[in-house]
Design a protein around this ligand. Structure first.
Ligand code: AMP
Length: 551
């Protein structure tokens, strides 16, 4: 039957392809720029030409549809080229998390069966140390910002710029099936090896459209605009820098890629290039705001989406006092990632609104994006009604959630139990539809049969003027099963409170009804720093392990 006769069949152009996010900018904003540190400035016209050369060169390197191509780089224009060129020739881009241990990096490259690796010269020694994992790798291409030397024993095919210069740009990109896998990266859970999470063209296109719509249509508390200058502060290896580079190219934003995250360089780039839009975990924002050079930045032009961890009121207030427009977002590796953003619902705040303070809304976790179905269920899978005090696990459905972990059917089945993606996050849904994450389910502290949120105790401690950071885990307790143990970093230059004084501070929150009274069992320990994961979040797994081993 011809396509003409079959009403259900897809017509040319019906497939949702990353290619079609990319090409519009060719005529919309060909002269706008993509900046890499202070080293490279490309117009979109030039960038598109380079991306088409990369497409051609991938063919020369023997990359075929279905192959996996790995990249180990800091955030750069080159990775942005790969975000598009690799999937658009039908291969899968594996963004390797360079912050994992060398063995884990090796594990992910071997598990992904990468055949070609693009590697920044900084990571060549790392790669040389994990040669044993690289059996499938046919070519290593070096990404260099200066002189480099090839270590022995790696199949180095040459340098990126030379390679791009050696081919003619691809004349056109192929038509693909929209369910072709476009990207792959690994997430480290609480146990076991890293798990591979992948997304198709269709999923990335739909995520791009829905996230753009959500970030750009609502004005409160902020809105992404076509005139914004974008710089990522979430690494490109972590869920495609939350997918925002795909948005930025699709709508033709001026972009800045900062390379390796060095606070002084980030601040200088933000000021020099007048960055207006970014996204990051809360810790990174605090680190920049409290950096000695932070006074050189005009923060009042900046809009920031905070995600990856709860946006605490204390952090939101500190950012707003500096003039930043801030909003919260929620998602995880498995969700592409954005599924909720804490925009202000009409009439919720302001004269006659039910909430006094904007901060109370933007620090709720978020309102689901269009096409996202969110529910909270109890341990038996029964829905916990919205608007009550009941907490359960947040489960999700929407078209851009990963269909499962690569080559791990058992974990995929657990993820998708009962046809909903299980986030592992404890949550409640407000009567007006906002999701509130109460805690990672495994981070909830079980005190004498009561479940207490570690995030709530952290939130109260963070409000104390002497506290720079606080992280709370459950510590074994002979009487109560567990009690909360708070590791607290104090701000430099302020009068240091004793642990007892910090517990008294919790007392006030209990009296105000903000905290459960069992939170008063908190043991407060003053520490120099709090362990972080490879993407900058508090590493509670390491905190628990250190406590267990008496560290
Ligand atoms: P990852 O897969 O590394 O991106 O981590 C995802 C996890 O980060 C989620 O499952 C949550 O536990 C946590 N997370 C992300 N966004 C938020 C948020 N807005 N509030 C609280 N926790 C969050």
């Amino acid at each position: 039957m011809s396509t003409h006769e079959s009403p259900g069949a897809a017509r040319p152009g019906h497939a949702l392809l990353i290619r079609d996010l990319m090409l519009r900018v060719r005529t919309w904003a060909p002269g706008r720029t993509i900046q890499y540190r202070d080293r490279v400035t490309l117009t979109y016209r030039e960038w598109l030409g380079r991306t088409a050369r990369l497409g051609a060169w991938l063919g020369r390197l023997g990359v075929r549809p279905g192959d996996r191509v790995g990249v180990l780089d800091w955030d750069s224009h080159r990775v942005l080229e790969m975000f598009f060129a690799v999937p658009c020739v039908g291969a899968t881009l594996h963004t390797v998390n360079v912050k994992l241990t060398p063995e884990q990096v090796g594990y992910t490259i071997r598990h992904a069966r990468d055949t070609v690796l693009f590697v920044h010269a900084d990571f060549l020694p790392l790669l040389a140390g994990i040669r044993g994992f690289l059996g499938m790798v046919r070519h290593v291409v070096v990404l260099a910002d200066g002189p480099w030397e090839a270590p022995d024993g790696l199949p180095v095919a040459g340098e990126y710029e030379e390679g791009l210069g050696s081919v003619e740009p691809l004349a056109s990109w192929p038509d693909l099936e929209e369910d072709t896998t476009a990207t792959l990266f690994y997430t480290t859970g609480t146990t076991g090896d890293p798990k591979g999470v992948s997304f198709t063209h269709r999923q990335i296109v739909l995520h791009t459209l829905a996230a753009t719509m959500t970030l750009a249509i609502y004005e409160e508390p902020m809105s992404l605009r076509a005139s914004d200058v974008y710089m990522p502060l979430t690494p490109m290896f972590h869920v495609h820098a939350w997918g925002v580079p795909y948005i930025a190219v699709a709508v033709g934003l001026t972009q800045v890629y900062p390379g390796r995250y060095e606070p002084a360089v980030l601040l200088a780039l933000m000021e020099r290039h007048r960055v207006t839009f970014t996204h990051c975990v809360p810790t990174l924002l605090l680190m920049l705001l409290r950096h000695p050079a932070s006074g050189t930045v005009d923060w009042s032009r900046l809009k920031v989406v905070i995600g990856g961890a709860a946006l605490l009121p204390a952090v939101a207030r500190e950012a707003r006092e500096r003039g930043i427009c801030i909003v919260g977002g929620y998602g995880m590796s498995e969700t592409c990632p954005i599924v909720a953003v804490s925009n202000l619902q009409p009439g919720l705040v302001g004269p006659g609104g039910r909430v006094e303070d904007e901060v109370d809304v933007i620090t709720r976790t978020g309102f689901p994006l269009p096409l996202v179905q969110a529910r909270v269920v109890d341990e038996e899978g029964r829905e916990v009604p919205a608007g009550g005090e009941g907490v359960g696990e947040l489960v999700l459905r929407c078209p851009w959630l990963t269909s499962g972990y690569v080559d791990d059917p058992a974990a995929s089945e657990r993820l998708w139990k009962d046809g909903w993606l299980h986030t592992g996050d404890g949550a409640r849904i407000d009567a007006d539809g906002y999701i509130r994450i109460t805690d990672r389910i495994k981070d909830v502290i079980k005190i004498g049969g009561e479940w207490i949120s570690s995030l709530e105790i952290e939130g109260v401690l963070a409000r104390h003027p002497a506290v720079a950071e606080a992280a709370v885990i459950g510590a074994p307790d002979a009487k109560w099963d567990e009690h909360p143990r708070a590791e607290v970093v104090l701000r430099p230059g302020v009068a240091a409170p004793t642990p007892r004084e910090l517990v008294r501070h919790l007392h006030a929150a209990v009296e105000d009804g903000v905290l459960h009274k069992r939170a008063l069992l908190t043991e407060v320990v003053l520490v120099e720093s709090i362990p972080r994961t490879s993407v900058g979040k508090v590493d509670k797994k390491r905190m628990r392990a250190a406590l267990k081993s008496g560290g």
